[in-house]
Design a protein around this ligand. Structure first.
Ligand SMILES: C[S@@+](CC[C@H](N)C(=O)[O-])C[C@H]1O[C@@H](n2cnc3c(N)ncnc32)[C@H](O)[C@@H]1O
Length: 220
């Protein structure tokens, strides 16, 4: 395990013992003090599977309202803004949001420190495209239904949701962060009024350890 992953393990184990499932993110970002090596998911660039999807779908994002969930250090949000989208990107960690501003001082992205569970009411049904990459898998199964409902509800009529996450079969073990998702868990998105448009299940050769990956698109 890398140093940053073992620190994550330590932080979330301590936090979970107190029933706190989200507080450790801010702690990790704050401790990092600007060192990208301290953040295990900081890839220093846009997500490969996001770019692949945007290019294959030949999406025209000019002036589209896009929401990036759990934006972390902002690379995916910046990429979408460069394609002409009007991007709002949020993360519950104020330090992560400050870090985005420092990394991209001339950014067109509207970065906000917001907790998914208490997001502004006017975000509901308000975005043409919602991007969820690796946030659901960073939270435990018991709060996933609320998380999925909150994310699904951001999608506007005719809008789309892209989810990229680790995947597993329901009988596979799920003991350590990131907690891979099952198809059943993801099906809950359809209860928020979305229809599943595509479901890809593949081994990710880009990431170390070649994890199993799901990439799903939903539409309202
Ligand atoms: C594993 S990281 C992934 C970050 C980014 N999406 C990426 O792919 O690099 C999960 C992110 O979700 C954020 N997060 C976790 N729970 C959240 C919540 N309830 N509301 C908003 N952001 C949250 C964390 O602070 C963290 O930045």
């Amino acid at each position: 395990m890398t140093k940053s992953r073992s620190r994550v393990h330590q932080l979330f184990t301590e936090a979970y013992a107190k029933g706190d499932y989200t507080g450790w993110f801010e702690k990790l970002y704050a401790e990092a003090q600007g060192d990208l090596d301290a953040i295990p998911w900081a890839d220093r660039g846009v997500n490969h599977w996001l770019v692949d999807w945007v290019e294959k779908s030949q999406l025209d994002l000019q002036d589209r309202r896009v929401l990036v969930v759990g934006c972390g250090l902002g690379d995916d949000a910046e990429y979408l803004a460069q394609l002409g989208a009007k991007v709002t990107a949020f993360d519950l960690s104020q330090t992560a949001i400050d870090w985005c501003h420092q990394r991209f001082p001339h950014s067109q992205v509207n970065y906000q420190a917001v907790n998914l569970f208490t997001a502004p009411a006017d975000w509901k049904l308000n975005f043409d495209l919602v991007i969820e990459i690796y946030t659901i898998q960073a939270l435990p199964a018991n709060i996933r239904p609320n998380e999925i409902d909150a994310i699904g509800n951001f999608v506007a009529p005719n809008g789309e949701l892209l989810v990229i996450c680790r995947g597993r079969n329901s009988e596979d073990p799920c003991e350590n962060l990131p907690f891979p998702l099952t198809q059943d868990e993801l099906n809950r998105f359809t209860t928020t009024g979305l229809t599943q448009v595509s479901f890809e299940d593949f081994i990710d050769p880009v990431e170390s350890g070649s994890p199993r990956r799901f990439r799903i698109v939903y539409q309202r």
